[in-house]
Design a binder for this molecule. Structure first.
Ligand SMILES: C[S@@+](CC[C@H](N)C(=O)[O-])C[C@H]1O[C@@H](n2cnc3c(N)ncnc32)[C@H](O)[C@@H]1O
Length: 197
């Protein structure tokens, strides 16, 4: 397991603090309510932004990432319980969560369709599912460039796919997409959904 990406992640994200990027993240996370599940919490970048929630259960498969989250867990405004687990096999009963949050993670999950099935299973009927993801841009030349760069990018960035069409995968999963907002020319999207079942 590479230690370089986890060690550099917070350093690379630091310049984004106080920028529009961080505001998008914070505003989305603040929409979480009730019992919350976070998918692939990494170094816990979202943890400071949870406010009016009952508790957060947060999964992350890579201990090299999660070890950097300790400070943010301590400082969080809400109780945070962490688990070493993968999105494709969530260690929770069905209909457990009022809100499920995934940020910058669907680019990396190896089996995103399975992960979305698990999210639907773990979400309560009518529960919110909130994504903030970078995606394949809906413009031919840029999309093609993302496809070409992905094999190298995956090696450098711990399995991250630049060319993942997460919105399409979410639509096909059966989650009800309620709002999509595009940032940075469509490179980043927030996708706000409900579990209809
Ligand atoms: C780019 S980081 C994002 C971390 C954090 N969500 C954020 O917004 O800063 C991607 C994370 O997805 C995690 N990940 C990779 N495969 C996963 C899987 N199958 N299930 C859940 N998380 C996974 C990685 O270990 C990593 O921590």
């Amino acid at each position: 397991m590479s230690k370089l990406f986890p060690a550099l992640y917070d350093i690379a994200m630091k310049p984004l603090e106080k920028t529009r990027f961080e505001k998008v993240r914070a505003n989305l996370v603040r929409k979480a309510q009730g019992r919350v599940l976070e998918i692939g919490f990494g170094t816990g970048a979202n943890f400071p932004y949870y406010r009016d929630v009952e508790r957060v259960d947060a999964i992350e498969p890579n201990p090299e990432m999660s070890k950097h989250a300790a400070k943010r867990i301590k400082k969080a405004h809400v109780p945070i319980y962490t688990y070493e687990a993968e999105a494709e096999e969530l260690p929770f009963e069905k209909n457990s969560f009022d809100t499920i949050v995934a940020t910058l993670v669907f680019c990396t999950i190896p089996y995103p369709i399975k992960a979305l099935e698990e999210i639907k299973r773990a979400s309560k009927p009518g529960g919110k599912v909130l994504f903030f993801e970078h995606v394949k841009v809906d413009q031919e030349a840029i999309g093609k460039t993302q496809e070409v760069l992905t094999p190298v990018w995956k090696k450098l960035c711990d399995g991250c796919h630049l060319d993942r069409d997460t919105l399409e995968l979410v639509k096909r999963s059966g989650l009800k997409v309620e709002k999509v907002t595009s940032y940075y020319g469509g490179l980043f999207l927030t996708i706000e959904c409900r579990n209809p079942e």
